[in-house]
Structure formats: C-alpha cells, structure tokens
Design a protein around this ligand. Sequence first.
Ligand code: ADP
Length: 382
Amino acid sequence: MNSKINVGIIGGGQLGMMMLQEANFDIASYTVLESSSDCPASPFCQNLIVGSLNNASAIEQLAAVSDVLTWEIEHINVEALIQLEANGKKIIPKPSVLKMIQDKGAQKLFFQENNVPTAPFELVDSSMLKGVDYSKFPQDKIVVKTRTGGYDGKGVSICNKTDVQNGNIPFEGSVLLEQFVADVLELAVIVAVDQHGKKSSFPSIEMYFNAQSNLVEFLYSPAQISVDVETKARQIAENVIEAFQSPGLFAVELFLTQSGEILVNEIAPRPHNSGHHTIEGCVTSQFAQLNRILLGQELGDTTLMQPSAMLNIVGPDNVVGGYQLENEETWKQQNDVFIHMYGKTETRPNRKLGHVTVIAETFEKLIERAEYVKENMTIIPS
Ligand code: ADP
C-alpha cells in the first residue's frame, strides 16, 4: 500500500467512471472491481480487478488493497461486505443499509417503522394474491414490484386491480403491492452524510420518465415547486437518511401528489442518474461529494449555480453494435451543452451510453434548449 488513501469501488460502470473523473489523485488512489476489463471506469482508475461483483473472494481481494470500500451498483454480494465490516474494514455506506435496500419489501418496512411517508403497500407471495385485503388499494390499478433484482423500471408493473386479485401478475415469488399514486410529480433529493454524521442535501430535481423505456428522460433543477414544498422534500429526504445512521451519498426518490403530499418511493445508496447535472450545475458534484466522504473530508457546498437539465443518451431501437453520436464535435463546441459519453463500445436499445447536461441563465431558456437537444441529438451506427 502507498501513503495515499486507497479507495476500492465495487463496480466500474459510468457512476464509478464519473467518481474517478472527480477524484483527488494527490491524496487518493483507486482500485475498481468489475467483471470486464473494458468497463467505463477502467481508463481512469489506478488498478482494476477483473471479477464478479457477486463473488466474495473478488470483493475480499479488493478489500485487501483498500482502506475504504464503496459501491456504484446495488446488485453485489452484500454478505461478503457484512463479513468484511465485521472484521474491521471501513465500508461506506454501511452494508446493512445496502442489504435492506436490495429488498424493496424490507425498504418499505423500514419506511413504515421510521414513520417515513410512503405509499401504502402489502408484501405477498405471487401465489397468495387472492388472500390479500385490497381495501388499502382503492384505485383500479396496483403497482406490482419484484422485491429483489429490479432496476431502471424493470421489475415494476402497473397492473389492473382485477388482474392482481385474480393472481395475474407478470412476476413470480415475493412481490410488493403498492398503492398506485396517480399524476405524481417525481422529485429526487441527493443527501450526503460525512464520516462524522454531518448531513447536507442538494437542491431537489424534477424528473420525467420515458413511457416506453421507463428510463429517466429529462430532469431539471431547480424543481418547479414552491419554497415550502422544496423545504419539506429536503427535510423528508434528510430525515429518512438520518434514520440509516450511516455515512454515504444517497438519492431519495420522491412522489409529490396532487394533494401536496410527499411520499418516499425508494432510495439508491450511491450516486444516481438524478444527480448527474451537479457536475456542471452545482458548486460540488455528487461524485466529488462522495469522494470527500470516502476520504474523511468535510462536505462541499451543494449550491445550484444555474438552472440545469440532464438528458440520458440512450441506445435507439434501430442501432445495435458500434455507434457514434452524430455531430459530436459540433455539439462539444456549444458552451451550454456538456456531453458525457461513457465509453461503452456497443449500443443496444435503451442502453445508457452517456448523458448531456444543459445549462441556461433562466428556466425558460433551459427548457427550450433541453427540448432542442432532445430532438436533435442522435445516436447513429459507426
Ligand atoms: P426502479 O427501482 O426500477 O427504478 P421504481 O420503484 O422507482 O423502480 O419505479 C419505477 C417508476 O414506476 C417510478 O419512477 C414511477 O414512475 C413508477 N411508479 C413506481 N411506484 C409507483 C406508485 N406507487 N405509483 C405510481 N407510479 C409508480
């Protein structure tokens, strides 16, 4: 080991890549564990261990060269982390938080036990749907979620209530039934907690999802909500993270209902797509903030410097394999558009290939510019 702080990141996708792009290499050295050597993070880290994120011995190998460990993806071997922490390894966030979040059912029970506002729910096995008391699901739709393994909307299905009552759902095994919250505004607040327990949150963002892919299509900050709602959203987000009693960076996804109620949907215990705009938009980005936490530093300033929007660059339906961003050089010359390509060699439909942040002096100009980018930025075969 060298005199620098050795940070180990489990996962070498775009989130790990952007953490490394915001790293302070004067004081820290980074090793990444990923199953493939040509992952997005690989050109930016000092060391890469090639191995499965579910393999305990690969995680132990990473731990052996790291002073502090974190992850950039939830679907990893959490039992190995729990064991390493019990043996004294510093792991941020706490593995027990990851274990709870890996199970959407356990996460909802945690919300309930800690008085966190969240949509009414029921945990049930898919074979027992006829025995459920449906009185807490007054709408004619019910949201059905697999308890484990889902991501980016996969594992979530909005079903007709009668289908659910008849046992017709697209998943098998343990599921979470959730009240369908109609016409919500989707918000997210990123909360950072340093190693001394000091907290700070980023201004909230407002998201829009693509109905077909269920990926975040657009997000804006500041969210177009009143100061009171913003304060309440940040307070609810900070309170739920407080209940974790863990350092780390967390994205709290929220629903703002028509009646002004704020409900916590779910939490990601890592940097999140809803915080990508912080690279250009905020004084400190979500990635720099997590690096600061891992290195034992004080939290940075989360002020939003100008209205910012973020659009994902995703693989279109008609291109598979080699690809390029049409007119990438021209786009890069714009001073209000910041392109982040993740270095993935191949595209497939709906694969996240990169993102673009748009900034503007006013919110109106921002929307106009973001709409223009959405309409005109295209992935084509290479
Ligand atoms: P994932 O973990 O895959 O992102 P989520 O639980 O966040 O899954 O659900 C994905 C999307 O489905 C949400 O962003 C929202 O648009 C919709 N959704 C989820 N739960 C509800 C709900 N209870 N009511 C209405 N829409 C919901």
